[in-house]
Design a protein around this ligand. Structure first.
Ligand code: ATP
Ligand code: MG
Ligand code: MG
Ligand code: MG
Length: 566
């Protein structure tokens, strides 16, 4: 392509609202344009990049044996009611009504829709396993959309869902997906790490996240260079040795004081239409029924809501006396220790944890005894992001010391088991003629987030340094005097055609601009290879080559240029 045919719109300064370097550079390079909070247009230059990511993802998914389909973005509420997630998913879900006042949502994810397809299409073990995927727009009404497309509301995801006759088959496909994700991020030229992860709101057991390593990452990862231990810290903490747990506890205890509750987070977490008067929250285990108590008012329990946590489907108002009776004392404090994702409760009458929340009751003589609290957790993944592992701490597998780094979650794979297939009655007939519930896995990649993550990892003060695989163009030709010198023009055009013929993605900068500003634009938009053509060099059959990744300018023979950029 020629710049005269490409809509290129670069800025010297980034708009003030952008904090993160990738966000600034994406705006400055004209890759994206903001429409509203968490809503971005991919401009022509940007769409080329996004499509490159998509194509690599698609090729590797196809290679793995998965099949592409495309589901509707808008989904009927009834399916979500079957799994209970219509209530549970929370305000991240954009709910909409049609002209008949029927409820729909703009899909934040597609487990329900795909399970509906599987239960009607896949009837026999002979059709299993099956892995379907799509690359599609998702909408999540994030509480704090930020960092451009990194945490957008509308974003592009590759989501795959596999169906199996048994757990062994799920494990096999899960392993294939793990390898496929490694292949995808390797081909994209990114430094990444796969870590054990919490299963979050999607649920189920067995999960890994793929993180692009970057200081700006929102997640903290702990790994052991001497073994293959690697986990998101929210999980690493739960698996940590005793002294770490004790330290975590101290910190939790500090956090768990009144007045530190982020009401919005509580409301978002619960997916309940709460107002901002909620001041505290507690969970009690009453004869193995978990109640979720929302305490309103200024810590004085004016009004209490009780929510049966099992399924989080129903809730009712409880009286103050009921709460006191259930707790065995007056309800006490609570403190959030992270951004909540899901409700998981471990309770022994007064001690409990819910994902990222810790709670306690101010019964005389009782405080939140951390060690017990942590040791009693039946599921180590329950404990949330406590953020106090330090480098050099022993790794939970005892094989070495932990190192820490920050990561951007670009992929997430889950063994869902029968979480959705059971509630949606997704059955098949097995070899023995029996009707059985399908095992299920799901596998996501944040296709649009990958672009931002790549920029976080590759940039300098001149702009973006794209890995070749996702650069909008592999090489640019910058002629010095295209509009002035016949020789330069002829050589540039000939080289351009030669590169096109060789299948190289080339951009010829045919604008009548000063070389300095053409160089600046090509550097800003991150093209990996630059070929500069001028009269002087051409007289000796030479042009100049420079790599965006670094290194000095080299003089090369014009006829070797094609080899140079491959
Ligand atoms: P996060 O922890 O960043 O909120 P998530 O765990 O909620 O992500 P998943 O449900 O695992 O996300 O979705 C699969 C992938 O979709 C994520 O790994 C991430 O790359 C991408 N993704 C999720 N939310 C967003 C968003 N708001 N903007 C861009 N990409 C996103
Ligand atoms: Mg999220
Ligand atoms: Mg996550
Ligand atoms: Mg995730």
């Amino acid at each position: 392509m020629r710049t005269s045919q490409l809509y290129l719109s670069t800025l010297k300064e980034a708009p003030a609202e952008a904090e993160l370097i990738s966000h600034k550079l994406m705006l400055r390079a004209g890759i994206i344009k903001r429409l509203g909070s968490g809503l971005y247009t991919w401009m022509p230059l940007g769409l080329r990049i996004l499509r490159k990511v998509e194509n690599i993802v698609r090729e590797e998914m196809n290679r793995s044996g998965a099949q592409e389909l495309l589901m509707p973005a808008v989904q009927p509420a009834e399916l979500w009611q079957e799994t209970g997630r219509w209530e549970v998913f929370g305000p991240q879900m954009l709910k909409i009504k049609d002209r008949h006042e029927r409820d729909f949502c703009f899909g934040p994810t597609h487990e329900e829709v795909i399970t509906d397809i599987a239960r009607t299409e896949l009837r026999s073990y002979k059709q299993l396993p099956m892995n379907f995927y799509q690359i599609q727009t998702k909408f999540r009404d994030e509480i704090r959309p930020r960092f451009g497309v990194m945490r957008a509301r509308e974003f592009m995801m590759k989501d795959a869902y596999s169906f199996h006759a048994n757990f062994e088959s799920l494990e096999a496909t899960y392993a294939v997906m793990h390898q496929t994700y490694s292949a995808i991020f390797s081909r994209l030229g990114l430094k990444f790490r796969a870590v054990a992860a919490d299963t979050g709101a999607i649920g189920g057991s067995g999960s890994h996240e793929f993180h692009v390593l970057a200081d700006a990452g929102e997640d903290l990862l702990a790994y052991c260079p001497d073994s293959d231990y690697a986990a998101n810290v929210e999980l690493a903490e739960a698996l940590a040795p005793d002294h770490l747990r004790a330290r975590a506890l101290e910190e939790m205890h500090e956090v768990a004081t009144p007045g530190k509750i982020a009401c919005e987070d509580v409301a978002e977490f619960l997916g309940l239409p709460l107002d901002k008067t909620v001041k505290a929250i507690a969970v009690v285990n009453d004869a193995n029924v978990f109640h979720l108590l929302l305490l309103r008012g200024d810590h004085n329990l004016n009004e209490v809501k009780t929510n049966k946590v099992e399924g989080l489907a129903t809730f009712r108002f409880a009286t103050e006396a009921e709460v006191e009776a259930a707790l065995g004392c007056r309800p006490g404090y609570i403190g959030p220790v992270g951004i909540p994702e899901t409700v998981r409760v471990v309770a022994d009458r007064t001690v409990f944890a819910m994902s990222d929340f810790v709670c306690g009751a101010n019964k005389p003589g009782y405080h939140l005894k951390g060690v017990n609290f942590l040791r009693d957790l039946p599921d180590p993944a329950v404990v949330a992001d406590i953020r106090n592992v330090v480098a050099g701490d022993p790794s939970p597998d005892g094989k070495g010391k932990l190192e820490l780094c920050r990561g951007i979650e670009v992929g997430h794979i889950f063994q869902l088991r029968t979480k959705y297939s059971e509630s949606m009655n997704c059955l098949f007939t097995d070899q023995d003629g029996q009707q059985k519930v399908m095992e299920m896995g799901c596998y996501g990649i944040g296709v649009s987030r990958v672009v931002a993550a790549a920029i976080e990892q590759g940039h300098d003060d001149k702009g973006i340094k794209f890995p070749s695989a996702l650069a909008p163009f592999t090489v640019c030709i910058v002629p010095m005097g295209y509009h002035r010198s016949e020789t330069v023009r002829a050589a540039a055009d000939a080289l351009y055609l030669k590169l096109v013929a060789a299948g190289v993605d080339v951009l010829l900068d045919d604008r009548n601009e000063r070389p300095g500003s053409m160089f600046a634009d090509m550097e800003l938009i991150g093209i990996p290879h630059r070929l500069t053509i001028g009269d002087k060099g051409l007289a000796e059959g030479m042009i100049e080559y420079v790599a965006r990744s670094g290194g000095d300018m080299e003089k090369i023979a014009l006829d070797t240029a094609v080899d140079c950029v491959r």
